[in-house]
Design a binder for this molecule. Structure first.
Ligand code: MV4
Length: 447
């Protein structure tokens, strides 16, 4: 087992990783930018190294500084958390070259899933259902128009280097094709230095269902069922739940099996997520694979009683998994609390937390790095806490979440708490019958 792990991240996920390391008897090294001197991850780790000034490029994305910090502290592994360098193939490869175990996917796995057209082809070849569309990239707009006629409008153009909604265009009529095609090309060239595009039939109002998987170094892959992430705004998830109100045990089994098949085909090691679109007929299709631990992993932990960070560390150390799948024994919901003003277009609201009281009690878990007197720097992601409610039924969980959100006191900044309280009272949300279009019809006034 590793003796010392460097955590190449900040905020709540850095704390989350430190906690599991403590329980496993593994020493921890925090890295921090000068904006994070007073952060809890710095205080909770056994050692801490400053890696640069506030901008991410010069600190949490600064590969030479992070490798140096691992070298001087003698860390034998690096956990990248989510975001930052977690899906950076170059970083994974450099760690490997320096003899430091990267607790995440290999460079090859990151590359093969990072290129979306390649990822789709790989999944299709391994028998995972994919959305009808182009075979790989499309060279010319003429070719694209012919294909769109064949698969019938509406279609969606996606950037192969994109993901998470960037570089996409929905095309509903042939007369807008050339403009939207050019927009997508220009945008992806500027954003990713890669203008490769592919096309799919557009699925109207799907649900976003993702399957958590874990693979070991011996080719064994298991799944831990799904998370429903349909409540999103501009591709930012707001809350996630498991089990999905839309899945029967039979569909869960089929989606889980498909995810395992796809991950096994690339000999996936570590924790990963296979994202699917679920359409109104109950058909599901591979969308993307995330080769990292995700923000919403705690809901899976709560309903399966399985520590995903511990499992990531174990498989990285070469310990085999059992191969058995995990199914939800309880219900869980996560609300992401962001330092944003939901009544003002979710505009960031950094600043000093002048007073804080975190909720607690039965069935409530809080993953957060903030404390009373802490100043949220403007340089990073605005998520400041995750409230996770667990219970015996979906109804109980929604009532428990509302109770916890009402207990939450945070002064000095605006947060998304009022939005989540309103969400818990929303009839559509309560019914469980919603899609990724849910937020388009949500009234954000009176928050
Ligand atoms: C789609 C789609 C409908 N049809 N692909 C959004 C993010 C990226 N992962 C892919 N996305 C979508 N791809 C086809 N063929 C609808 C979306 C989509 C979406 C997906 C999941 C969650 C929220 C979403 C919001 C808008 C669009």
């Amino acid at each position: 087992m590793f003796k010392k792990i460097l955590i190449a991240n900040r905020g709540e996920i850095a704390l989350r990783i430190i906690r599991t390391c403590r329980e496993m008897g593994i020493r921890t090294v925090a890295v921090y930018s000068t904006a994070d001197r007073e952060s809890l991850h710095v205080k909770f780790a056994d050692e801490a190294v400053c890696i640069g000034p506030p901008p991410s490029r010069q600190s949490y994305l600064n590969i030479p500084a992070i490798i140096s910090a691992a070298e001087v502290t003698g860390a034998d592994a690096i956990h990248p958390g989510y975001g930052f360098l977690s899906e950076n193939a170059e970083f994974s490869r450099i760690c490997h070259e320096y003899g430091i175990k990267f607790i995440g996917a290999t460079a090859d796995q990151i590359n093969s899933m990072g290129d979306k057209a390649t990822a789709k082809a790989t999944m299709k070849n391994s028998g995972v259902p994919v959305i009808p569309g182009s075979e790989g990239l499309i060279d010319t707009v003429e070719e694209a128009k012919i294909l769109a006629k064949e698969i019938k409008y509406p279609v969606i153009i996606k950037a192969t280097a994109g993901g998470g909604g960037r570089g996409m265009r929905i095309i509903r009529h042939e007369d807008e094709f050339e403009k939207l095609w050019d927009d997508a090309k220009t945008e992806s060239a500027a954003a990713f230095a890669n203008d490769g595009l592919y096309m799919e039939k557009y699925v109207e109002e799907p649900r976003h269902i993702e399957i958590q998987i874990v693979g070991d170094q011996f080719g064994t892959v298991c799944h831990l069922s799904e998370r429903d992430c349909s409540i999103q705004r501009r591709h930012q998830k707001l809350c996630e739940e498991t089990p999905s109100p839309a899945l029967s045990p039979e569909l869960r089994e089929r989606m889980g099996t498909a995810a395992v098949k796809g991950a096994a085909a690339i000999k996936y090691e570590g924790a990963g997520t296979i994202e699917f679109l679920l359409d109104k007929n109950g058909d599901f299709y591979f969308m993307e694979m995330n080769t990292r631990i995700q923000v919403e992993h705690p809901i899976t932990e709560e309903v399966t009683d399985f520590d995903l960070i511990k499992e990531q560390i174990k498989v990285a150390a070469g310990i085999p998994i059992s191969g058995k799948n995990y199914f939800p024994k309880l219900f869980a919901l996560e609300c992401r609390i962001n330092a944003e003003d939901p009544a003002n277009g979710f505009r960031p609201s950094p600043g000093k937390i002048t007073n804080l009281h975190l909720p607690g009690g039965h069935g409530i878990r809080i993953d957060s790095h903030v404390y009373s007197g802490y100043t949220i720097p403007p340089n990073y992601d605005s998520m400041i806490a995750k409230v996770i409610a667990t219970g015996q039924s979906r109804e109980e969980v929604l009532l428990r979440m509302k109770r916890a959100l009402q207990e939450f006191v945070i002064e000095g900044i605006k947060t998304t708490i009022p939005f989540h309280i309103k969400l818990m009272d929303d009839e559509r949300f309560k019914s469980g019958n919603f899609t990724t279009a849910f937020m388009e019809g949500f009234d954000l006034s009176n928050l």
